[in-house]
Structures are given as C-alpha cells and as structure tokens.
Design a protein around this ligand. Sequence first.
Ligand code: NDP
Length: 446
Amino acid sequence: MSSSVDAFLQHVVTRNPGEPEFHQAVREVAESIMPVVDGIPAYRQEKILERLVEPERSISFRVPWIDDRNEIHVNRGYRIEMNSALGPYKGGLRFHASVNPSILKFLAFEQVFKNSLTTLPMGGGKGGSDFDPRGKSDMEVMRFCQSFMSELFRHIGPNTDVPAGDIGVGAREIGYLFGQYKRLRNEFTGVLTGKGLGWGGSLIRPEATGYGAVYFAQQMLATRSETVEGKIVTLSGSGNVAQYAVEKLIQLGAKVITLSDSDGTIVDTDGIDAEKLAVLMELKNVKRRRIHEYTEKIPKAQYLPKQRPWQVPCQLAFPCATQNEITAEEALTLVRNGCLCVCEGANMPTEPEGVEVFLKAKILYGPGKAANAGGVATSGLEMSQNAMHLSWPRDEVDTRLREIMRAIHESCVQYGRESDFINYVKGANIAGFKKVAGAMLEQGLV
Ligand code: NDP
C-alpha cells in the first residue's frame, strides 16, 4: 500500500471506528485512484477524497411495529445519503438482521461510483433496517414497511432520493413502502424503483441486475475470444440477482450447477434448466422457503449444508448472495480448478485477499460496482419513464441495458488496461471517480 493510501485510510478509520466493511470498500477504491489524485492538485486542494468518504446526510430512526400476536418490536431504520454530485441519491434498501451503519456506508460508497459508471444522472445512497423479513407473515411485513416509511418519507422524493430494493426488499416490500409514501404525501410519483408493472414499474427491472451481470461477463469473455455458451457455472445466492443471472445463463447455453442461501449450497450436476428454475422461483418467491428444499423437488441434486459453492469446479463463477462470501482460500480453489471468469452479481462478495488472488492469476475478474450496475441503470430507466409518464417495451429496455453494460465495460477497459491484462477493479474505480470528482469541483465546496 502506498504511503498516501495508508495515511488516508488512517484518517478514515479514526473518523469511523468499528466500521470494517466501510474501511474495506474505501481501501479498495483508494488504492486504485490515489495515483490519479496525486496527479491533479485540485483534487487534493479541494479535499475531494475527504468529502467523498463523508456522507452528505445520515439518517437513523426508530421503527416500531406490531407482530401477528400483538407483540411490539423495535427495529432501527437508516438512510445514508452519500453523494448527490451527479443527481438525486439513488440506491437500494436492505432488510436483513446484519444491517448496521458500516454495511450501509460501504454499500452507499460503492453506489456512488457504480451510478457514475452507468452515465445516468444519479447520486449514491443506501438504506435499510436490521428487520429480517424471513419467517414473517405478509401482514407483519406490511406493518413494518408502513412504519419504516412513516419516517423515511420526509427524506426522499423523486428529485431528492429514490430508493429501490436490495437483500430482503423485493416487489412485495416495494409495494407496501410505495403505498405508505403515497398515502402520507398524497402524490403518485416515481419515488421508488422496482415498482409493480401495473403502477409505474419498468419491464426488465426485476431481471436487470442478473441479466446485466451476464452481459458484462459476455463482454469480458469476448476480450479473450470466449463465450458463455457451454461453460460450467457455479453461482451463489438464490434471490433476485441469482435467479435472473441463471435465467440469462441458461438462455445463452451455459450449464449452471449450484445455488445457495445462508444455510448451504445445492449442487445439480445435470444443470439447472428452465423448468428447474421455475421450481426454484416458486419455492423462493411464492412459498418463501429455503434452498435445501430444491433437493426434495429434484432428488438427483445434492445439498451441502453450511457450505458455499466455491469448491465445486467451474469455468465461470457468479457470486450473487452477499459481501465477503469468497475468501482468499476459496479464490485460490476457484483459480486452481480452472475458473477463467469471476463476475460479481453481489456487492463486494470477494474479500480483499481474494481479489488479490484473482488479479495475480490474471483471470477475468469483474467487480460488483461494474458487473452488477445493470440493476441501478434500469432503475434509472424506470425514473425516466416515470418522468415522461410512459412505459417502454421490453425489448427497448433490454437493448438499453445491454448498451449500458457494454459502455461500462468499455470504460473499465479504457482506465484498467495494463500491459498484459485488463484490471477491471482499477478501471471501474478510476472511471467512476473521475466523473464524480469533476462534478464536485464544478459545484464548489458543498
Ligand atoms: P435477495 O434478498 O433477493 O437474495 C439474497 C440471497 O443471498 C438469498 O439467497 C440469501 O439467502 C443470500 N444471502 C443473504 N445474506 C447472506 C449471507 N450472509 N450469507 C449467505 N447468503 C446470504 O437479494 P438480491 O438478490 O437482491 O441481492 C443479492 C446481492 O446482490 C446483494 O449483495 C445486493 O447488494 C446485490 N445487488 C442487488 C441488486 C438488486 O437489484 N436487487 C442490485 C445490485 C446489487 P438467505 O435467504 O439465507 O438470506
């Protein structure tokens, strides 16, 4: 680590004690961009880095709600409005027991660069709660969402801050959140993305993160004259991003052989086809069950309790569950087993030492802030459609999504090309940073 990165990280750690995920995300970006910062005096004079790591606004609030047995619970809600240099704050809401300020600040920080990469006018933010929707009834989830929005509505709006879904926040939760916002504000606006198709949602938005990650992998593979077709794929998670990554991979002729949740992994060596994917979607999205039940429907599949998919040999790997789900050892296993491309559907799923393994091995490694930007990009397209009061056909949104992923790939190549390989981490960080930093300079000290 260079001495200026070291000094800057010390500053961040001192000001934000006990926030390891946030430190991790800042370190990764700082290592890539410090040479650029050192080369342009205005970035230093105007304290661009110091301003980038300080949220413009952090909101924390009480979320009381009543369960089906009339018992009262108190959760904590948050919204981190990180940076609005490029547009209204934009980023998902996460409902998961692990949610805390460190995780949300890492996600909000990443979101600033990701949104910049899409070239759409969106700043970065993130929010959520330590509420866990798993095992709750629809009515309990609705009461929680209504209580959460009863505070959040003061801070968001279609030109201010436009939240979306993330872990634990899907179509059902967005519906309840939107309903409460509309009731409190007495206005029907595009204040959330990921809305239902009948009331302002965009075609392809549910699919966008998963599809976009596969489009990004196609671009990376093409640099080595490779394609997705015929490749063996391991993939983690079984939620929104995982499901639609699998759908696109199947359409392109890949063989996906794993899925997971926080309890374990299923391995289906015959490959998950469209019919099995429909079984999975019913299991997860309608019945809201655990991944091990896949093996009850598909008896030839194997369940590995408490394990992640990375020891299963593959050519392509798509981590689509959560942060820090690939350790250095698992990264080494992937490389040794002949994996040629790791494409991150999730945010920061690879630990820093694992990233080093991928970069050293010079495999194709697409970091989340570039590879999973298709979700927020399509949210941006949903905002455009809402503002124009119209709805684009499926093909049009999909074509725009493909084009955005192609352009993000091109930016990564432009800034990440090294003598004998493309460093997508460096490319994504520098490309994302330059646009935000330029806008911050032009907007003065705010
Ligand atoms: P979902 O809630 O739909 O699915 C999350 C999946 O990840 C579930 O299978 C869940 O299993 C698993 N998971 C969650 N936490 C853990 C954990 N600690 N260990 C192992 N598995 C875990 O979320 P999404 O699919 O929307 O999000 C997945 C990832 O993609 C996240 O990193 C998110 O930030 C990122 N992302 C999502 C976007 C979107 O548009 N939705 C956009 C860009 C990035 P379990 O049920 O056991 O918790």
